[in-house]
Design a protein around this ligand. Structure first.
Ligand code: P5A
Length: 439
């Protein structure tokens, strides 16, 4: 993509309304624009990142055996009356009346809808277990939408729902999601720590929040430092095997959000120099709630002896749009964003220092074409602007690699490659650059 033709409205000034760094950088780097309180438009650069985050979430869901569906955003109020949550959900629910005076709502979550889809389709225990997910916009009329996409009113969530015959099966499904979540966040370059959590309006008695540590996080959290150092990506995970031992490795170490925290237990279980008291951002939340929805909505299957059994359920959420803010909170410096390679909108930023010099522009064009042919996503800054402006913009938008091309480098046959994260610079021949990034 040529930057001269790209829709990238960066801002020089720091927007006054943005209180935390990720929100400021998302506005300044031209990723999103606020349309109303807590409601955002995604601009080309931001939308590319959102789709990359979504792709990682999807790949890990598919690998765990979950199946993708797409449910509507608008739901009927009657359905929520059946489950008993219509009144209980309160003012966070955006209620809508259609032209026939029917009461509708913009879904804040989908337990009711999926339970009914399942109920109307599945009759026998032989059809269990099932795990269905979708990636869909939600609306919650938060009292205080803030921190940009981190606490929005309209936001993108991956949510899935598991159906099992008994509690043991439901725990197996829960464990699969637990491990899939560890993998999902690790692939985005995040250290997400599962913490015992409160279940709130979703319900149930077993629940973990996945929290990344950040000073600007909304919740106070407490954990064993060993959890921060644990690695999941180095392991081969077999989702058809018993995952309880893996889950136990994480859950046996102390980690709790504010509401669940027990200071005496914390001090007993964790030696002083391993106690972490910090702030965190919740990027995922998983729940086991048994028959809370299947009973009132009558989602039953015939068991092995013909008896009716209400299915055991869990639900699992990832804040897909929130993750963009969370990743920036975890990865930035004074000059701007530093995208992890896994989610970056473009891998390489190519900077032309002298667009009016035909040798320089020729060298840029050749490398740009070759990178494109090799499948390397490249943003080419071919604009007629001062080098200083280009350097600042490229650092601000945070692509992991910069290739800087000027008259000296072209004459010497060596181009400058800069690593955005470390700031390290290398002189490399164009062929070597190509080989490095195409790999
Ligand atoms: C689990 C999936 C649920 O809604 N039902 C379906 C369960 N859980 S949750 O914890 O309420 O939300 C799941 C994740 O969604 C993100 N999230 C938000 N992101 C941005 N703005 C918001 N206002 C918002 N509210 C929730 C969080 O990442 C949360 O973990």
């Amino acid at each position: 993509m040529r930057l001269s033709q790209y829709f990238l409205p960066t801002l020089k000034e720091t927007p006054a309304e943005a209180q935390i760094v990720s929100h400021r950088l998302m506005l300044r780097a031209g990723l999103v624009r606020q349309m109303s309180a807590g409601i955002y438009a995604w601009l080309p650069l931001g939308y590319r990142v959102l789709k990359n985050i979504e792709r990682i979430v999807r790949e890990e869901q598919d690998a765990s055996g979950a199946q993708e569906v797409l449910m509507p955003t608008i739901q009927s109020a009657d359905l929520w009356r059946e489950s008993g949550r219509y009144d209980a959900y309160g003012p966070e629910m955006l209620r809508i009346i259609d032209r026939h005076k029917r009461e509708m709502l913009y879904g804040p979550t989908n337990e009711e809808v999926i339970t009914v889809i399942f109920r109307d389709a599945v009759r026998s225990y032989r059809d269990l277990p099932r795990n269905l997910y979708h990636i869909q916009w939600k609306f919650r009329d938060e009292v205080r939408p803030r921190f940009g996409v981190m606490r929005g009113r309209e936001f993108l969530m991956k949510d899935n729902y598991s159906f099992d015959l008994d509690k043991a099966g439901a725990i197996r499904s829960y464990n699969k999601m637990f491990v899939a979540y560890l993998r999902t966040f690790a692939r985005m370059g995040l250290k997400a720590i599962p913490m015992r959590a409160d279940t709130g309006p979703i319900g149930g008695d077993l629940s973990h929040e996945f929290i990344i540590l950040a000073d600007t996080g909304e919740s106070a959290v407490f954990c064993d430092k060993d959890l921060i150092d644990k690695d999941i990506l180095g392991r081969k995970i077999d989702f058809s095997a018993d995952l309880q031992p893996t889950v136990n490795e994480w859950t046996s170490l102390y980690a709790a959000t504010d509401e669940m925290h027990d200071q005496a237990r914390f001090e007993k279980e964790v030696v002083a120099d391993r106690r972490v008291a910090a702030r965190g951002i919740e990027v995922g939340h998983i729940f086991y709630f048994g028959t809370k929805y299947s009973k009132p909505l009558n989602a039953v299957v015939a068991g092995p002896n013909g008896e009716n059994i209400a299915v055991e359920m869990g639900s699992y959420g990832v804040g897909v749009s929130r993750l963009m803010g969370a990743i920036i909170e975890a990865s930035h410096d004074a000059n701007g964003i530093i995208w992890p390679e896994a989610v970056t909108p473009f891998k390489v930023g190519l900077i032309n220092l002298k667009p009016d010099d035909s040798a320089v522009s020729g060298a840029c064009q050749t490398l740009y074409d070759k990178l494109g042919a090799a499948g390397v996503d490249t943003l080419y800054d071919d604009r007629d602007l001062r080098p200083g402006t280009k350097f600042a913009d490229m650092d601000l938008i945070g692509l992991p690699w910069q290739v800087i091309i000027g008259p000296k480098g072209v004459a010497a046959g060596k181009l400058e490659v800069k690593n955005r994260k470390t700031g390290q610079r290398e002189e490399m021949a164009p062929e070597a650059i190509l080989a490095r990034f195409a790999a």
